[in-house]
Design a protein around this ligand. Structure first.
Ligand code: NDP
Length: 520
């Protein structure tokens, strides 16, 4: 450790002790992850938001819980000129902001951080990065194993992957390299054509087993639990089909607005931002057939079959299948918030949807005729991610004469966020002399009786990248199938003559537009 770093670390420890003793967290129980080989994590775009808010806090948390290999190094890259020490200071601030600063382990973690300024458009700059990585391999004993994490604007993914490849960094077990993996953040293209082109560009230098297309939703414990719930219990599968299920609601609502990402969001809109990735994955996990083994490609094969079975929308009757909305002014947590069109960086006449509800059908034996209602929006009443299975009502009510016609049908809710729980709603008799029904719920909280460490979604995906396990990552054919379904819809929504009429405004803090037509 150089003297600057030592002094800086001592200073930081003093500041933390004096001002915020609560920030020193006890190290948690070990994660006990086995088989992670030494490696270097190269973050391209390391001066950005994702690195500060998610990647480095996740890596540090893994470090605190023995979730990183014994030998590792983290190399931040960016156009910004920073020294190693300046980068460390920046990351230290990020950890303090994430309330994760543990001063006793910070110095050793900081020693594994370095920064290289890179001009992504200049091959010689990437070649010097390759040279630098070889030196860092020697210093940290990381055996030439590398992960290249593209935390950059999506328009740069293809070019950057190619530059990394041209600098010889995609080759495995050659020229001082060990294994080499590239991580690409969503969005994966804007439509089918761009997704295919992006993939084509990346695959010039990286093979499919080297490409990790992240959807951090998939790494949420509760999302992974969907498969366990469905296929490790014998009692649910027999009723998980069109005979017993009336419809399925999949909701991912946010209370946040567009924040500082207007530039991206104006071009993307809710369908690209949420449906093409997260919502489609939740749909796939709810609908897939049981893979013969819990093995990466078999699970991904089954998901692709679901995407391939999505019934194309009848474009001429789009309004019967999709509702689009945009948030207006309103109140969130008692505070007045602006309309989307008044957000900084947003066009004052913007027609970008911030809300969509879609009714989709899966044309296969199991799901024929069962609507899947998919909803996502910004600035809604509550941050909520949930899959709700609405069962059919009883075929005949023997209580009709005493209780009337309506008996509420059973509902099974798989709560992903914030309530990580499974809830089954059913009818029971109210205690007392008279026959009187009431709906009750049986709840299972995901963390019930569990005291071990909990992995954040980014921590899980980082571990899987280091292990080379692609189960929770998108495969290219899945992306293309989803885009084949969504591209005609997005294209019609963006180019049709009645674009303005298609957009329904809703009050911030509500559950979306009132006029949701036949989509309920
Ligand atoms: P930022 O907008 O913060 O950009 C990251 C870095 O990229 C910047 O600090 C900048 O570093 C570099 N950069 C920006 N523009 C250019 C350019 N034109 N040419 C070269 N470099 C550029 O992005 P985020 O960190 O927010 O996101 C990174 C990726 O992750 C994006 O693809 C985003 O869609 C995705 N993502 C982000 C999430 C988040 O919470 N932020 C969540 C999910 C996905 P420098 O100037 O130093 O080179």
């Amino acid at each position: 450790m150089d003297n600057d770093t030592k002094n800086e670390n001592i200073r930081m420890e003093e500041i933390i002790k004096a001002s915020a003793p609560h920030l020193e967290l006890p190290a948690k129980e070990s994660l006990g992850v086995k088989g992670i080989e030494p490696c270097t994590i190269v973050i391209m775009g390391a001066t950005g938001d994702l690195t500060a808010r998610k990647l480095v806090p996740s890596l540090f948390n893994l470090y605190l819980n023995d979730g990183l290999p014994n030998s590792f190094s983290i190399v931040g890259c960016g156009r910004t000129k920073l020294s190693d020490q300046q980068f460390r200071n920046k990351m230290k601030d990020a950890l303090v902001a994430a309330r994760l600063m543990n001063h006793s382990k910070w110095p050793s973690f900081a020693a594994a951080l370095s920064y290289r300024s890179v001009d992504y458009m200049d091959l010689t700059s990437l070649i010097s990065l390759a040279e630098s990585l070889r030196e860092l391999d020697q210093k940290h004993n990381t055996k030439g194993n590398r992960i290249f994490y593209l935390a950059l604007p999506p328009s740069l993914y293809k070019q950057l992957a190619q530059m990394v490849g041209q600098a010889g960094l995609g080759k495995e077990r050659e020229n001082g390299n060990g294994w080499s993996r590239i991580v690409v953040e969503k969005p994966f293209g804007r439509d089918l054509k761009t997704a295919v082109a992006l993939n084509y560009g990346i695959q010039e230098y990286f093979k499919e087993h080297q490409i990790f297309r992240i959807d951090h939703y998939l790494a949420k414990e509760t999302v992974q639990n969907i498969l366990i719930f469905r296929f490790a219990n014998a009692i649910f599968e027999p009723i998980w089909n069109r005979r017993y299920i009336d419809h399925v609601n999949i909701t991912a609502s946010e209370t946040l607005g567009v924040e500082h990402r207007a530039g991206y969001y104006e071009q993307a809109g809710v369908i690209r931002d949420m449906f093409q990735n997260h919502i489609m994955q939740l749909l796939a996990l709810t609908a897939i057939e049981a893979p013969s083994q819990f093995e990466t490609n078999r699970v991904r094969d089954e998901k692709v079959k679901v995407f391939r079975s999505l019934r194309p929308f009848p474009i001429e009757k789009l309004h019967e299948y999709i509702v689009l909305g945009q948030y207006g002014q309103g109140e969130i947590d008692g505070e007045t918030v602006s309309a989307y069109r008044d957000e900084p960086g947003v066009n004052s006449h913007s027609l970008t949807p911030t809300f969509a509800r879609m009714k989709v059908f899966i044309d296969n034996w199991r799901w024929q005729g069962v609507p899947f209602i998919l909803t996502s929006g910004k600035r809604m009443a509550k941050k909520l991610t949930e899959i709700a299975i609405q069962f059919k009502g009883v075929p005949h009510s023997m209580f009709r004469q005493t209780l009337g016609e309506t008996i509420e049908a059973n509902r099974l809710a798989l709560g992903i966020y914030p309530d990580e729980k499974i809830t089954l709603t059913f009818q029971t008799k109210n205690p007392g002399a008279q026959v009187c029904l009431r709906s009750v719920t049986m709840d299972f909280s995901y963390h019930q009786k569990y005291t071990g460490p909990i992995l954040d979604a980014y921590e899980k995906v980082l571990i899987d990248c280091m292990l080379g396990d692609q189960m929770l990552f998108w495969r290219q054919d899945g992306i293309e199938q989803c885009w084949s379904f969504l591209t005609p819809i997005v294209s019609e929504c963006e180019t049709c003559g009645n674009r303005e009429e298609m957009l329904h405004f809703y009050k911030s803090g509500s559950w979306g537009p009132r006029d949701i037509g036949r989509i309920r």
